[in-house]
Structures are given as C-alpha cells and as structure tokens.
Design a protein around this ligand. Structure first.
Ligand code: FES
Ligand SMILES: [Fe+2]
Length: 385
C-alpha cells in the first residue's frame, strides 16, 4: 500500500469512532436535473470532455494473443481494438479508407485475424492499420498508400489497461499526466499482472453521470443492495477524497474491525475494505476481495449509454473450479449488483428527471463527492482547461 492509501485506511479506521465525517460538506446542495437529459449539455460533454481526455477501454489481457481484434462503437466512433503481430495494442477506426465500409460488421465481436480485409473490394490492412494491399492498383494511379491506413487514435497501455483519446484529430496521449496522483495508486494495485476474465457491454437507458453518481456515495448500500452485497459491508462512513478530478473511496467491509488490532503492514485493501477509484470522466475501478471490476460509461444519447464492465482476476482462470468460482462472482456483480440494482435505479431516475417532478435534486452532506464531480463537469463545460 502506498502512503496515500495507508492514510486513507487509517482514516477509515478512525471513522469507526465517528458519527460525522470531516470531509462532509457543511450543508446539502442541489443540482438541476437538466444535466441528465439536455441534449445540448451532452453535446458539450462529448466535445469538451470525452473527446479530449484519455478514456480507459478495458484490460489489455483481453487481447492476449497477437492477432486479437475487438470491434466496438463508442461515442459515435466505430472502433477496432487490436493487438498486432509484434504484440502492440492499437485503437483504429473501423472504416475502410476506400469508401468507408466497416472492416468488421458486428459490434462487440472479438476475433482472431492475421490482418484486416474489407468485405467490399478487399483492400487489406495490417493490424496496426497500415494499408497493405489494393486489388487492381492501376485503377488508383494517384493513391498514396502510406496516408491511407486505417485512422489510428492515440492509445497506450498503462497499468495493464488500454487507454485512448477518442478523437480522430487528436495527436497524443499522456495517461500518467491524466491520472496525476492516481497513477501511483494504480501502480501499487498491480493490475498489469492481472488476467482478463469476462466482459459484458450493454446499452442502458440512463445518463452516464447517474452511474458515476451511484459509485461516489455509499449511502445507498444498505438499502438498494440489500438483496446482494449489503451484508458484506459495515455502515461506517467511507473514507473518500478527491484526487484532482478523480477520487479514491474506501468502504469498510464486515471484517474491518479486525484491522484495528493489526499494524498498517497487515491492513488489507481488499479483505478489510473495498477500494474504488473514480477515474474522471467515465471510469470506475472496484477492487473486490479476489477480482477487480472496471466499468466505463460511454454516452450515446442524453438518456442512453454503452456500459462496458470487465472483470479481471489475479490468476489466469484455467481449472473448472476457478472458472466456476469467478463465473459466480461475475453473475453476482454484473447481473445482480450492477445491472439489477445500480443500473436499474439509474434508469428509474432517468425516467423521472425530465418530468418536472423535481425542479432540483438534492445531495446530502455525505454526498460531497457527487457535488465535486458535477462541479468538475460544469467547469469543463464552461471552458476550464
Ligand atoms: S470500401 Fe473497402 S475496399 Fe472498397
Ligand atoms: Fe451501488
């Protein structure tokens, strides 16, 4: 555990004696429900936030073998995420440079390819996007092959995760600068040595920010999550703090009290507590006892998003027993907690926000990280750098 996480853990233990958390806001605050349904706000969020920042697309181990390709549309961009034969990961646009056909038709399809061949006229490309072959080349006497590779977006693998700037005109990516002080946390958690287990991508009828809200407070755990995970957690105030525009939040598990009698070296971020990293704008990392969830929210419309959840594990699940164990975990976390509870309630909220039922929504004192998150979004929409 690095120093900031140790400090956070100590704060969580101190919370066991506290009724009030020192981080809480002095008073409650209100937010205009328009932020969840206004198409103009979403258009600005896309241009000023989503297309400018590195976004996490999942774990690089999902593309373990050279030749792996995933087709996925995000933020209106048809993407191919590939691992080329040299082992390098690329994020390409899934649109042929001849007349724009998709190289791979299906969304969310994962396949093995030695290269990419367009189904229309069979232009072929390497997995890094380079244009390799054009049938009947004499019909394109002026074609500069070097500048007609598939468009490549700036991307990088850092901490085992794939990051990209989803803007075809962007030139560079700096994930470490984007993460700021969270970079060292992610290094400490060592996700780079973890293994891809399962992923599910689904379209859900909720604004992306409602799901970001749901993971920045723990006020709802004992109620909304009563059928699933509530018994695993204490009702002790969480220890949460902003880290630039991001946040780290530590929630006490049922075994938290054991850590009180242990030296800091024996405090366990996964057994005694559950850590969440909120990575601005649209990613969440949740460190379960023996697996890790990455969730990413990609808006498609004001009240709709692509929700991509990936589970990775500290060991490569090979035996039947391991696979059955993490399959049960995935079913509970993805199908139960996230889909049937957090996404369900976010969709329920989405169905009321434009009705006029509330002309403002309320954040309590302990929902302070939500207020900060919305302030960060608003500042960027108002031109903050
Ligand atoms: S559109 Fe792809 S080869 Fe013609
Ligand atoms: Fe939740």
């Amino acid at each position: 555990m690095n120093a900031p996480l140790t400090r956070l853990f100590a704060r969580l233990l101190a919370e066991m004696n506290e009724v009030e958390n020192t981080e809480w806001d002095a008073t409650e605050s209100r937010i205009d429900p328009r932020v969840y349904y206004d198409p103009e706000i979403l258009a600005r969020e896309k241009n000023l936030i989503f297309r400018r920042m590195p976004l996490c697309l999942g774990h690089a181990d999902q593309l373990r073998e050279p030749g792996s390709v995933i087709a996925r549309d995000l933020l209106g961009l048809p993407l191919l995420i590939t691992r080329d034969r040299a082992g390098e990961v690329h994020v390409l646009l899934n649109a042929c440079r001849h007349r724009g056909a998709r190289m791979i038709h299906a969304q969310n399809e994962r396949c093995q390819q030695s290269g990419l061949s367009c189904p229309y006229h069979a232009w072929t490309y390497d997995l890094n996007g380079t244009l390799r072959g054009v049938p009947k080349p004499h019909t394109f006497p002026g074609l500069d092959k070097a500048s007609h590779g598939l468009r490549r977006l700036p991307s990088a693998v850092r901490h085992g995760l794939i990051w990209a700037v989803l803007d075809p005109t962007a030139e560079r990516i700096d994930v470490a600068a984007h993460l700021g002080d969270l970079d060292d946390d992610l290094q400490t958690l060592g996700l780079g040595s973890h293994f891809f287990f399962r992923q599910r991508a689904q379209t859900r009828t909720t604004n992306w920010k409602l799901m970001m809200d749901a993971f920045q407070e723990t006020y709802h755990i004992k109620r909304l999550h009563a059928p699933t995970i509530a018994p695993f957690f204490t009702d002790v105030n969480p220890a949460g703090e902003p880290v630039g525009r991001h946040a780290r939040i530590l929630v006490g598990r049922d075994r938290l009290a054991e850590a009180r009698n242990l030296p800091p070296e024996a405090w366990d971020l996964r057994k005694h507590a559950t850590l969440t990293h909120v990575i601005f704008p649209n990613s969440l990392l949740i460190y379960h006892p023996d697996s890790t969830s990455h969730m990413a929210m990609f808006p498609t419309a004001p009240g709709e998003m692509s929700f991509v959840h990936t589970l990775f594990t500290p060991e490569d699940a090979k035996t039947e027993k391991q696979i059955a164990h993490w399959d049960r975990n995935f079913a509970m976390i993805d199908g139960g907690v996230f889909s049937a509870e957090d996404l369900f309630i976010s969709e329920e909220i989405q169905s009321t926000v434009a009705s006029g039922a509330n002309d403002s929504l309320l954040f309590g004192r302990q929902e302070h990280l939500l207020r900060r998150f919305h302030a960060n979004v608003a500042a960027l929409l108002n031109g903050a750098d």
